[in-house]
Write a protein that binds this ligand. Structure first.
Ligand code: NAP
Length: 375
């Protein structure tokens, strides 16, 4: 018998009980809406290239278990808590994985991925918001849901729509990360930003977002084939590429050939913490430039202090993005400034094939590829 609204009593979900055992599909009670939350039917849940490493413990991300894994997603509201004033059943929504405490927004964590860095964030994840989107249904805090203009985004072009698929819409989850950092450093139209490394999924998304913000981009990476692919596929005279060769000074000189650079956006993975590109990029910046550090480095990274001090360079760190960034990025999509029609859905898997989905996500890492799970 249905427990509430259109919610069944039970649902299928991926459950992780230990990082030393793979997760498994289980039948579990369907979450019910509470004060401050809504329950969403998950339509397309995103993946990250290092999904396996999060849940097999290799990345050492702290989270409580058992847990239903997941990331950001696109879904449809099925049931709402009594305090929802805008959301209604049937709404197409973006489910954001960045959760902030209501009484202290500094207690922030990534739902089902990382408990954050404060006792408050760990407590909130352990006690309240633990299970996430690799399930048929997911209970989500009201403020973590953004209602989407379904007619405009997914409607046919003859009806004034953009004709995007639900899976393509999920690509916004990836773009939001660099948008958070690029917005922080006030990147403006006509300015030049170095994106490094630009050949990973989040790095490539940063190139697309910076272009949509009107900037010129110098994309860096070690792999010249990936850089050439990016330049050829984007086909914009606002994209330049510079290889990371390991020669700090030579790479810096190459960057300087493109004139005064206004900003540097960094999104390196942990293994790139000692890469020469960090210093090359900082030394190539103009007086008064800004830096956004979003990389996943675990070690300290080399910072040329003299240059930063003398050039009045502002250094920003950013974990994820702000709530208003979600609304604004979707406005960019709705207006056509940010075109998702070229996003390639490189893999689409039912929940039972979560392993194949994570394998594919690790493999299909080009800047315009997305792999999703349809629970
Ligand atoms: N701050 C945040 O909120 C936030 C959010 C999401 C992710 N992140 C971090 O961002 C990182 C990057 O994500 P991603 O998806 O773009 O890429 P990724 O798949 O984690 O890593 C691949 C990228 O890193 C480059 N790379 C790998 N080893 C390198 C090295 N030793 N030196 C220089 N470059 C190296 C690769 O370039 P080549 O082509 O040269 O191999 C490629 O561009 C993640 O690992 C995560 O830690 C941060």
């Amino acid at each position: 018998m249905a427990a509430h609204n259109e919610l069944p009593d039970k649902m299928k979900a991926l459950v992780l009980r230990s990082t030393s055992e793979p997760p498994a599909i289980e039948t579990v009670p369907t979450p019910q809406p509470t004060l401050g939350s809504a329950v969403v039917r998950v339509l397309a849940a995103s993946t990250i290239s290092y999904m396996h490493d999060i849940y097999n413990g290799k990345r050492n991300y702290p989270f409580p278990m058992p847990i239903i894994p997941g990331t950001s997603a696109v879904g449809r509201v099925v049931a709402i808590g009594p305090d929802a004033t805008k959301l209604k059943p049937g709404d197409l929504v973006f489910v954001d994985c960045t959760i902030r405490s209501r009484d202290d927004p500094a207690d922030v964590f990534l739902a089902a991925i990382h408990e954050g860095f404060t006792p408050g964030s760990a407590k909130l994840m352990k006690d309240v918001i633990r299970d996430w989107t690799y399930a048929e249904y997911c209970r989500v805090p009201l403020e973590s849901l953004t209602v989407l203009d379904e007619k405009r985004l997914t409607g046919s072009q003859t009806d004034g729509g953009l004709g995007l698929s639900i899976e393509q819409l999920g690509f916004v989850a990836r773009m939001l990360v660099p948008y958070g950092g690029l917005r922080d450093i006030e990147l403006r139209a006509g300015q030049t930003v170095i994106v490094a490394p630009a050949t990973g999924p989040f790095g490539g998304a940063a190139v697309l977002v910076a272009l949509a913000m009107g900037a010129r981009v110098i994309a860096m990476g070690r792999n010249r084939d990936s850089l050439a692919y990016l330049k050829q596929k984007i086909s914009s005279d606002r994209v330049e590429t510079v290889a990371i060769t390991g020669d700090m000074e030579a790479d810096c000189s190459e960057l300087k050939k493109y004139g005064p650079t206004d900003a540097y956006f960094d999104i390196g993975p942990p293994e790139a913490h000692a890469s020469t590109h960090i210093k090359s990029c900082i030394l190539a910046l103009r007086h008064g430039a800004r830096i956004s550090l979003m990389g996943g480095y675990r070690e300290d990274i080399p910072i040329p202090h003299v240059s930063i001090m003398h050039k009045n360079i502002r250094l920003y760190g950013k974990w994820m993005y702000e709530r208003e960034d979600i609304v604004d990025l979707f406005k960019m999509v709705e207006s056509g400034v940010l075109d998702l029609r070229t996003v390639e859905v490189a893999g689409q898997f039912p929940l039972a094939q979560w392993k194949e989905a994570w394998d594919e996500a690790a493999d299909k890492t080009m800047f315009d590829q997305v792999v999703v799970i349809n629970p």
